[in-house]
Design a protein around this ligand. Sequence first.
Ligand SMILES: NC(=O)c1ccc[n+]([C@@H]2O[C@H](COP(=O)([O-])OP(=O)(O)OC[C@H]3O[C@@H](n4cnc5c(N)ncnc54)[C@H](O)[C@@H]3O)[C@@H](O)[C@H]2O)c1
Length: 271
Amino acid sequence: MDGQTDADSPRDWRVTSWQRRPRELFALDGRIAVVTGAASGLGRAIALGLDAYGAHVVLADKNRQGADEVAAELKQPALVVETDVTEAASVSGLVQAALDRFGRIDIGMLMPGINVRKPALELSDAEWERVVDLNLTAMFRTAREIGRVMVSQSSGSLVLMASARALTGGQTQAAYSASKAAIVGMMRCLALEWAPHVRVNALAPGYMATPLVQQIARDPVWWKATQELHALGRVGDPEEIVGPALFLASDASSFVTGTVLAVDGGWTAGR
Ligand SMILES: NC(=O)c1ccc[n+]([C@@H]2O[C@H](COP(=O)([O-])OP(=O)(O)OC[C@H]3O[C@@H](n4cnc5c(N)ncnc54)[C@H](O)[C@@H]3O)[C@@H](O)[C@H]2O)c1
């Protein structure tokens, strides 16, 4: 829909006939989804959600056993590919394995990320590089290689995992926040370069109860303060990322690209 009207047949601006039937907006039947970081946390939840809505999921993770365990929970035929996204050859191998098995990639959900929570004055170069290498450089590499497939097939939806920390700073968050903000900048550029057929968006969750935040959960004072960051007064459950992820993956978001969807219980609304 480009908004142009034909002078001989003026556009009817009412909704008179649905391009896509509302009940089918979220259906993913037969679509092929690659989820990196699928063995745990938000990636695992999203893989289960994609599968429940009919997609075939390629589960990519450096944790092979964890990915196998998620695969055992899926209903649709799936593929597990042991992948280290910090290795270029491993990412190429993942893309090739997905194409060999399914012939195309319709959805990419790119998850892996780590945090080193330290005051900036104590953060070493090596720690900075470890965070940026996984959160940003590997994210770009994976987006580029999956994006190459999507551009060549003239369709696809790519979702990059950022964070509410992309939208707001925080003490001890210098490397993480920088890497996540950079993902948002990169996402906007990819969305512009790969339009109109490939959509690229980012998710920006607040704190969600996954292994990534175990360090915080072990400290009752820190955990309480973390819960209170969110207007809803609590951290999210991993399955609460699934609806927003399915929205961005599916035709329900067919006019959405280059945007950041905050899934943060209202945290950044107050910033
Ligand atoms: N949990 C939160 O509160 C939260 C909030 C905002 C953003 N995020 C982001 O969501 C993403 C997922 O976080 P999570 O909480 O599910 O973490 P998690 O630790 O539960 O899962 C991360 C997964 O990524 C995999 N992984 C790590 N390095 C990898 C590599 N080099 N190659 C392939 N796989 C690798 C791990 O094996 C694991 O399965 C991260 O990018 C994180 O920054 C999480």
